[in-house]
Design a protein around this ligand. Sequence first.
Ligand code: UT7
Length: 312
Amino acid sequence: MTIQIAGTGSALPERVLTNANLENMVETSDEWIRERTGIEQRHISDQDTVASLAAKAAKEALAAAGKTPADVDLILLATCSPEKLLPCCACQVQSILGANRAVAFDLNAACSGFLFALETAYAYLTTGLYRNALVIGSEVLSKIIDWNDRSTCILFGDGAGAVYVEGATEPGHGLCSMVQGSDGTKGDVLSCAVRSGEYVTMDGREVYRFATKQVPLCIEEAIEKAGWEVTDVDFFVLHQANLRIIESISKRLKIGMEHFPVNVTKVGNTSSAAIPILLDELVKSGKIEKGNKLVLSGFGAGLTYGACTMIW
Ligand code: UT7
């Protein structure tokens, strides 16, 4: 038995912050940001919270799957930017949706969070503990970013993406293989303290090196586990951190950029929300078709990384 995605959704805050806006805030330039990251703009929350964005995305995912909140067994919400330590964001989403039967909790694996949550849903659903799950990645990173630190503030954006998953109903569709990894010894490379009101700090070069080395390796491992060749994959739906990182992974795998959809240019790095936001965009635009072979892969603070393969 495996699981399949039956509906997707996403939500972005209304306000757009362009590179030109950032030029007035820190010593940077549109040219530098585009060249080093590919990012042109990002969405920033004024009133939206991690839970409110997550609930909007979740509603869309439920509607796309033809389900109601009363159907939901499990809500797994990946975030590293909750406004509150208690209650967890997943319980706030449960309350907003009125998904009264659901068991709800948060999971933090930073930018790998959505992938880890999806794989947690796989574990719950394939053991028969629950029949379905809302898996959500949601972030309001703008509140934990130091807007005076040009090495980080240009990178991140706010948003949420969600999927509704259930046991695969058709043979040959759904999640095929998974790879996950963590390296706690590199925790200091990308960190943010909670109680002292500190902001995100990052050794960007170290994260870049880690991503360009580790992500291709875990993608290859997931593909091998699925019994596929790299050339079988229609789309690599990667964590959207930096266009250069994605281009480097495409080069390492020797697969053209046309197989690597990108939206980091328009939404920046939305951490755990990045993969489901992109997935939703691809589904809504009709780019992903039934039977397509996909690889989802993410990396981030922890350090954490992972990849999975699925047939749509
Ligand atoms: O989800 C995971 C989250 N993190 C990441 O994905 C981060 C991965 N790393 C990266 O994406 C890149 O390392 C960055 C985009 C963060 C930085 O690009 P880089 O090519 O590694 O630049 P750098 O840090 O080596 O800095 C090059 C220069 C430095 O100046 P000097 O020392 O050469 O004079 C920086 O001070 O660029 C300067 N710099 C900037 N200049 C203009 C750093 N940030 C900026 C900026 N605008 N925003």
